[in-house]
Design a protein around this ligand. Structure first.
Ligand code: KG4
Ligand code: ZN
Length: 355
């Protein structure tokens, strides 16, 4: 079954063609980073207008790359939420039109669950292994920092999430403070390579460090607003920093974020006895995070699954692939499909059906 996936939840216009939920035939992403760079963040209305311009060419390109034609498509999948409403709406309207014109089933897909699913796409055998469950997933992107326990196919529960900024947002805001372009994540990572991660000690939010007792209900929750404010106080806008100072700040800042992500994920994996840990979302592009998470998780005898590079940041392959499972379960959307923005409503149950 050939599914066309469409993703426009933020600043990436993406289309993909995926066969049977696994075989990625085309995965095209058109980024708007340059457009939003000057504003220091994504402007929803501009993102939506850009999606209107780019979506059709991106779909055409996906078709060309996959050597297929529109008539070969069996279903249309689209991200319905969570994300920026005006941006999501463009994808949803396009998908409805495409489905209506071709008399095809339409599937509204959850972006957050799709990020989790991106870890499993390349690993079909994991779903057949009984002892893969429970799985613990960390979704760490510009919009989310959330730990989800997947007890079984479709049985998902949030065990922790950020109470303020997402980790990606902390990277982006930190980048802005350090005078870097948007998005700050990859640029902080690059700058940090030349820096000393122990030069500055930034706060580790909700860890019980720094003398603040940790409330048990926050054990797996995250907070990144403190580290961001601490960086802001360290940087004196009146004084010109040396390149080395900037690199040391970037390295120490990155360290504070990464350390908390790893510690909390490892502790939750141990408490819930999860043999499998999934790491997804744009921040999973960070090599230090991936390497250190791998040694921590695998060192404890668990397996860690991370999507391949094109599926870490926003993409439509994960959307088309997840939709295959939805359709197998008989779930379709209709032309009333609308944008939603609550993560609670987004935990699609029974998403990972075994074959
Ligand atoms: O998943 P994604 O593409 O979009 C959302 O759904 O948010 O994630 C984008 C986020 C941005 O905040 C970006 O700064 C961050 O991922 N990011 C990184 C790196 N690459 C992207 N953060 C840290 N290190 C990186 N190398
Ligand atoms: Zn995303």
């Amino acid at each position: 079954m050939l599914i066309l996936g469409i993703e426009t939840s933020c600043d990436e216009t993406a289309a993909a063609l995926v066969n049977d939920g696994e075989e990625v035939l085309a995965n095209v992403v058109s980024s708007q980073i340059e457009l939003h760079g000057g504003y220091g963040g994504v402007v929803p209305e501009l993102a939506a207008r850009e999606h209107v311009r780019n979506l059709d060419p991106v779909v055409e390109q996906a078709l060309a790359e996959s050597d297929h034609q529109a008539k070969d498509i069996d279903a249309v999948a689209v991200t319905a939420g969570p994300g920026l409403a005006p941006a999501l709406l463009v994808g949803i309207c396009y998908a409805k039109g495409f489905a209506l014109a071709g008399n095809l089933p339409l599937v509204g897909v959850d972006h957050f669950t799709a990020h989790i699913y991106s870890c499993l796409m390349d690993n079909p055998e994991i779903r057949r292994r009984k002892k893969a469950y429970p799985m613990l997933a960390l979704v760490v992107s510009g919009g989310h920092t959330t730990l989800v326990l997947i007890k079984n196919d479709g049985e998902m529960r949030i065990v922790g999430e950020t109470i303020d900024d997402a980790a990606g947002e902390a990277f982006d805001k930190g980048g802005k403070i350090l005078g870097l372009a948007y998005p700050g994540g990859p640029l902080i990572e690059r700058l940090a390579k030349k820096g000393d991660r122990e030069k500055f000690r930034f706060p580790r939010g909700l860890t019980g460090a720094g003398g603040k007792k940790l409330d048990p209900e926050n054990r797996y929750n995250f907070s990144f607003s403190g580290v961001k404010t601490a960086l802001l106080y360290k940087v004196d806008p009146e004084k010109k920093m040396t390149e080395q100072e900037r690199a040391d700040l970037a390295a120490s800042y990155q360290e504070a974020i990464i350390e908390v992500l790893i510690k909390k994920t490892a502790a939750a994996a141990a408490e819930f006895e999860a043999p499998t840990v999934l790491l997804s979302g744009g921040v999973a592009s960070n090599r230090i995070l991936r390497q250190r998470m791998k040694s921590e998780i695998e060192g404890a005898g668990r397996s860690l699954l991370i999507p391949p590079p094109p599926c870490r940041t926003d993409n439509a392959a994960m959307v088309a692939a997840l939709a295959w499972h939805e359709l197998k379960l008989g779930r379709k959307s209709d032309l009333n499909l609308n944008v939603y923005n609550r993560i609670g409503s987004s935990l699609v149950p029974a998403a990972f059906v075994p074959r």
